[in-house]
Design a protein around this ligand. Sequence first.
Ligand code: C5P
Ligand code: C5P
Ligand code: C5P
Ligand code: ZN
Length: 505
Amino acid sequence: MTGPVPELADRAVACANRLLEADRVLLASHIDADGLTSAAIAASALERAGLPFETVFEKQLDEAAIESIAATEYETVLFTDFGSGQLDIIGECEDAGAFTPVIADHHQPAERDTEYHLNPLLFGINGASELSGAGASYVLARALADVSGQADADDPPVATDGGTATAATGTEAHADNRDLAALAIVGAVGDMQASGGELHGANAEIVAEGVDAGVLETGTDLAIYGKQTRPLPKLLEYATDVGIPGISNDEAGALRFLEDLDLELKRDGEWRRWAGLTNEEKQVVASALVKRAVSRGVPAGKIDQLVGTSYVLRTEPVGTELRDASEFSTLLNATARYERADVGLAVCLGDRGEALERARSLLRNHRRNLSQGIDLVTQEGVTHEDHIQWFHAGDRIRETIVGIVAGMAMGNAGVSRSKPIFAFAEKSAEEASGSGGDAEVKVSARGTHSLVRRGLDLSVVMGEASRAVGGDGGGHDVAAGATVPSGAEDEFVVRADEIVGEQLS
Ligand code: C5P
Ligand code: C5P
Ligand code: C5P
Ligand code: ZN
């Protein structure tokens, strides 16, 4: 069997065999939606393969984090959704005999390599658009099931825990780990790997496996965030990516638009949600939206973006955040980016009680913060250099979400989509003490796929510009991050502006 991504099959099998040699494994992952789903996939696969493990999360895999991992008794460490960019430091630990690393990641690798390193970029697959950390973990999970003989066992593990995720899934998909494809797609969508309204390449192969296994459903649908949970007027009011005059960002306008349609869009006085409409009702709303956009002069290319592929988790209840890959990923970010990765992981692993309740309350808080952050950027504006634009949020936006805010603000008044955006935020004092007490600043950078096609690579920009001022960073071509010493911001901006200028020339 070659697995969902043939290019990665041999390496995945080598990594799986190495894991099976271990008595126990330390699983280390990143604190965002992709990192959480990566951890959940790896945890499920390790458990099904009968390997004892423990899970830890890190905001950033810096030297201090790697040292604390090296200080544990674990001889085998599985890194998911990070590790490649830190192979220089990890390699030193390996040389010193601290542990053997197994890595399932999709970030730009450091100069050094290691034997059990599963990363799409090593095999000509794009790590920003074709495979996420969760996707790499899924490839590993499929190989683990295969080499551990899990799928061929006389009595494959049957879903006895009563969880919806496993109960609705065939034992077969469970035994070969194909049921985990749903989480892999939540991770890919959370890392914003979809472009032109859908997932591509290896991600699309994983989607196909998930559909086959009965855990995923795809369809052409409105490409607007919140189809499962947002009441219709809010769905349309907040749909600002396409921007329909008189509806987007216009509470009264969105209400009027819906009220003018000849449909019963309220039940018991409450607005219904998109996911609960019949196909006929969806048709009516969608064509009215398109008609309005056309009549208000929205360009055809923009109108096309109103429709895309939706990724639906079939085993989750309709009308919940968990049903839609995009809403699920936001729910996870709302836990992990607020030091509650444990909550998000529990939800991924099937906890539909206390953990889900807690995650939903964290989500309300996350939404508030995103919306306040976007208001702040839009009101105060950004500073335009020749090739980049930037803002400094100080301590007014959490450093863990400043990148999400920057990405969402692009396209708002005064924030261009034709230049990458760089966002600074202060790191908490507690973290600075981990770096010897010197104050540090987080920088997040976001671009667009069209800038990347013109040559933009933010991972290179963040790496070079941060190291030039005594910091460090990396990531992907379209989204990257760094940490720099406090006070070095201006010098960093000058360097970043120069490098972006060279890339786009
Ligand atoms: O560390 P990791 O790869 O998981 O994070 C990628 C980050 O880049 C995510 O926060 C995601 O939202 C962001 N991203 C983006 N725009 C893209 C691609 C990724 O903002 N087009
Ligand atoms: O939070 P996350 O990075 O997962 O958000 C992904 C995308 O979902 C955002 O870029 C935004 O378009 C949309 N979103 C939204 N409202 C929210 C959260 C996310 O429209 N409250
Ligand atoms: O934190 P932020 O959302 O801006 O991260 C964007 C991307 O840059 C993520 O993929 C993250 O893993 C990466 N990053 C990095 N090194 C840093 C900070 C972020 O590789 N110091
Ligand atoms: Zn990732």
